[in-house]
Design a protein around this ligand. Structure first.
Ligand code: KIV
Length: 252
């Protein structure tokens, strides 16, 4: 089989990336010119209302990936492999292929060097992979919270070594989540694939955010690093008030 052209060749740094979970939001992101649309397992939190991502299933990711695919013409669609769906290389390939069949151009998985066999297996099967290091939301329960990564020299070196190894294993891009800014900058200098930061400072090759954090669509919790650019929740509340007012006053 001919090796697929790495998706990194379609990316133009600085890379704009954002999550989307359904047809209208994906279509709006694509029409706005976003380069990567991630069907993130953060949908377990901001769509399903769970406290973290650890209850998200592969079936849910397949369902949302298909919705997003229908809304996207230009952007690269990446889908998260949820927790417990990539425990062995064989399992990773079977489940990665199911996300690709649902419409993903690539899959994302969380972890450091322990993920190298899974990344290599995906790449050998022709499935493109985005790596994800730093804070790993799928491990939030065992780690007891969302913690900054790379604070000690040893942790920083592990992150740098793992990122280099993940690139060598064939990842086309790498998400750096909640990594100390200087460490994220150093990783970005060491790699040729784009680093895409979230809560990791401005010296990455691109940025990714969770859609409602950008639009103001999830007012009940906003991460400390998020910059909110819209007021979707407020606009929705106002529209609903007007609708109820018209019903109450027999205007429709
Ligand atoms: O699931 C998600 O939204 C993510 C981003 C935070 C990178 O993995």
């Amino acid at each position: 089989m001919k090796a697929p052209v790495s998706l990194s060749s379609r990316l133009r740094p600085p890379v704009s990336a954002i999550t989307a979970y359904d047809y209208p939001s994906a279509r709006l992101c694509d029409e706005a010119g976003i380069q990567i649309i991630l069907v993130g397992d953060s949908l377990g939190m901001v769509v399903a209302g769970n406290p973290d991502t650890t209850s998200v299933t592969l079936e849910q990711m397949i369902y949302h990936t298909a919705m997003v695919r229908r809304g996207v013409k230009s952007a690269i669609v990446v889908s998260d492999l949820p927790i417990n769906t990539y425990r062995t290389p064989a399992e990773t390939v079977i489940n990665g292929q199911r996300l690709v069949n649902a419409g993903a151009d690539a899959v994302k998985l969380e972890g450091l060097t322990e993920q190298l066999p899974n990344v290599e297996a995906l790449v050998s099967a022709g499935i493109q992979v985005c790596a994800h290091v730093g804070m790993l939301p799928q491990r939030v329960v065992e780690e007891g919270g969302y913690k900054k990564k790379g604070k000690t020299d040893a942790e920083a070196q592990d992150l740098i070594n793992a990122s280099i190894a993940l690139e060598k294993a064939g990842a086309f891009a790498i998400v750096l989540e909640s990594v100390v800014a200087q460490v994220a900058a150093e990783i970005s200098r060491c790699l040729t694939i784009p680093t895409i930061g979230i809560g990791s400072g401005s010296d990455c090759d691109g940025q990714i955010r969770v859609l409602p954090d950008v639009t103001g669509g999830y007012p009940w919790f906003v991460p400390p690093f998020a910059r909110v650019y819209g007021n979707v929740a407020e606009v929705t509340r106002e529209a609903l008030k007007s609708y109820i007012h018209e019903i109450d006053n027999s205007l429709i």
